[in-house]
Write a protein that binds this ligand. Structure first.
Ligand code: FPP
Length: 233
């Protein structure tokens, strides 16, 4: 969700104003995705590296997150939106952790649509955490390394029981992956747009999905294998 800072700068506003508008865009995207038939939307809201920003900006972002969760809890329950998180959430402020736990608990039965917030998330830390948990399971005899498969190992990632992303969108003209779902996005399609996150609307999301649906996902196969020429024309 890049571009909050630049959005604010273009208007001579403080960066935090851009983040505030970014939260509005989060609300828009959450419901736009659901209306467009998406089953799961993951938002990279705060990366493990974002702690390196100025202290005031980090504090303001955590404040916005807390306010957002307070406001959204009843809305998610009413609209049957399941909330989940990925990342080292134990590193977040205690107030945010409590709100997350309460929202996750109150929405856990909903199956139609899931919003995943990546918070204090980094793909490399996720892989390290998974490797540690896997090693512990080897220690108890629950896993045998010689028999490991991607399916058996990926259960230790934060995304266990979530499908891999089909489409990864990055806003504001940046074309980096920035430590986001490196393993899970192995076969994802990427879509880059110059639109700054606070300006990202439902029609921008629809355009990304339309672009995605025109692509051919081959998973290592050839076009001919996927679409054998029809003999009955
Ligand atoms: C990137 O823009 C954005 C972030 C690091 C924070 C995203 C956070 C929010 C939208 C608000 C909190 C989230 C939720 C779910 C309530 P940037 O600051 O890097 O913008 P720039 O690249 O233009 O400087």
């Amino acid at each position: 969700m890049d571009g909050n800072g630049r959005w604010a700068k273009q208007r001579g506003l403080p960066r935090i104003e851009g983040h505030r508008r970014g939260v509005e865009a989060v609300r828009t995207a959450t419901y736009a995705a659901r209306d467009l038939g998406v089953k799961m939307l993951t938002l990279y809201a705060f990366s493990a590296e974002n702690w390196n920003r100025p202290k005031e900006e980090v504090g303001a972002l955590m404040g916005l997150l807390e306010l957002y969760l307070k406001k959204e809890l009843e809305t998610f329950v009413r609209d049957r939106v399941r909330l989940r998180t990925i990342g080292r959430t134990e590193g977040l402020p205690p107030g945010v952790q409590r709100l997350l736990a309460a929202t996750i608990e109150r929405t856990r039965e909903f199956t139609d649509y899931t919003l995943v917030l990546a918070l204090n998330y980094g793909s490399r830390s996720e892989i390290l955490d998974a490797a540690r948990a896997y090693a512990a399971a080897v220690g108890t005899g629950a896993e045998r390394p010689g028999e490991a498969t991607w399916a058996s190992f990926s259960k230790y990632l934060y995304t266990a029981s979530m499908p891999d992303p089909d489409l990864v969108i990055r806003t504001s003209g940046e074309t980096r992956v920035s430590n986001f779902l490196l393993m899970q996005a192995a076969y994802a399609e990427f879509y880059f747009t110059p639109v700054l996150w606070p300006d990202f609307t439902k029609s921008d999301l629809a355009a990304a999905i339309a672009d995605y649906s025109r692509r051919e996902r081959r998973y290592g196969q050839t076009s001919e294998q996927l679409r054998p020429a029809s003999s009955t024309t």
